[in-house]
Write a protein that binds this ligand. Structure first.
Ligand code: FES
Length: 175
């Protein structure tokens, strides 16, 4: 069962965006109500009086950008969670209404088939929690940084691992 919820905050990224951010002076934090996802499944056993709770590994995701806040230094960050190995990054982003495509991709994307190359993201942290690049990614991202992925080809987790993945949206917009 998929489990996702998200919130929206702001984050300074001194390492990713040098010179654009002052962590100590940044106090911009916005929170939206969290949607609680069912990250645990409960099974009742007739021979026991209390239900058993089996937890599945979860990947915590942060989505940065794509554009800086009005101060020009901090970046909006949206958060989501997903059960490890159950979903593609594209699906998680669309399920949570997180902006993925630039203008052309919004109207002309291939729907996740790996044939348009418009669902580009950059994995800033946690690439070891994802699958390897697929043939489609080698084709479309041949001359792009190794950290870039196609969200529709990227499986989040492997059903056993857990941890945090940080994703830069629309990295081609980054200066
Ligand atoms: S949506 Fe077309 S390549 Fe990912």
């Amino acid at each position: 069962m998929a489990a996702t919820h998200f919130a929206w905050t702001s984050l300074c990224l001194p390492t990713s965006f040098p010179g654009k951010c002052d962590v100590h002076r940044s106090s911009s934090v916005k929170l939206l109500p969290r949607r609680r996802g069912a990250s645990v499944s409960v099974t009742a056993n007739s021979s026991e009086s209390s239900p058993k709770v089996s937890e599945q590994p979860v990947i915590e995701l942060q989505f940065i950008g794509p554009k800086p806040e009005s101060d020009g230094r901090s970046y909006p960050v949206e958060e989501a969670r997903a059960v490890s190995g159950e979903k593609l990054l594209r699906t998680i982003m669309l399920d949570n209404k997180l902006e993925l495509y630039a203008t052309y991709g919004k109207v002309m994307n291939c729907g996740g088939g790996g044939t348009c190359g418009t669902c580009i993201v950059e994995i800033i942290e946690g690439s070891d929690l994802l699958n390897e690049r697929t043939d489609a990614e080698f084709r479309y991202l041949k001359k792009k940084p190794e950290t870039w992925r196609l969200a529709c080809q990227t499986i989040v987790g492997n059903k056993e691992n857990s941890g945090k993945v940080v994703v830069q949206r629309l990295p081609q917009w980054k200066k």
